[in-house]
Design a protein around this ligand. Sequence first.
Ligand code: K2U
Ligand code: ZN
Length: 169
Amino acid sequence: MAIRDILTVPDPLLKQVSKPVDAVDEALRALMDDMLETMYAAPGIGLAAIQIGVPQRVIVMDLARGDEERAPRYFVNPEITWRSEETQPYEEGCLSVPEIYDEVERPARVKLRYLDYNGQPVEEEAEGVFAVCIQHEMDHLDGVLFIDHLSRLKRERAVQKVKKAAKAA
Ligand code: K2U
Ligand code: ZN
């Protein structure tokens, strides 16, 4: 396993639409292992493959809180098959837009269909932080960042702030 570099704005790769996975094989599992190790090290609770520069439709997640046992989740070729009309606001952040946080309104509940770590099909419903995180990560698979849901002024200020911080580092 390896900790990979996480791309940050304004890297144009982050706007790329990721491609479906052809086969859940050993190579893909090695990628998911690297993604998970990278996410834990960040730290974060979710990560999309494009964030480490791999344009494949793969997401990893772990919603376990600080003192809880780790509960890694893997989503290959995830699809949202239903969205609630009810929405909820959530203060989001993103490992690709460091130190920027703002409120995004998203459907409160979604139904998912995806392949798991072993390529087995799964269908489930997400709510709460799980619903927020999976929609945030699936946006990444379509080249969309959470700042794209904000006003143009807020988005431009966020990118400038990240660029300035990267220059100073
Ligand atoms: O895509 C990412 O950069 C991973 C996000 C996932 C996320 C975004 C918004 C709301 C929930 C999850 C990172 O995990 S953001 C950093 C973070 C870390 C701990 C808890 C919440 C957010
Ligand atoms: Zn993100």
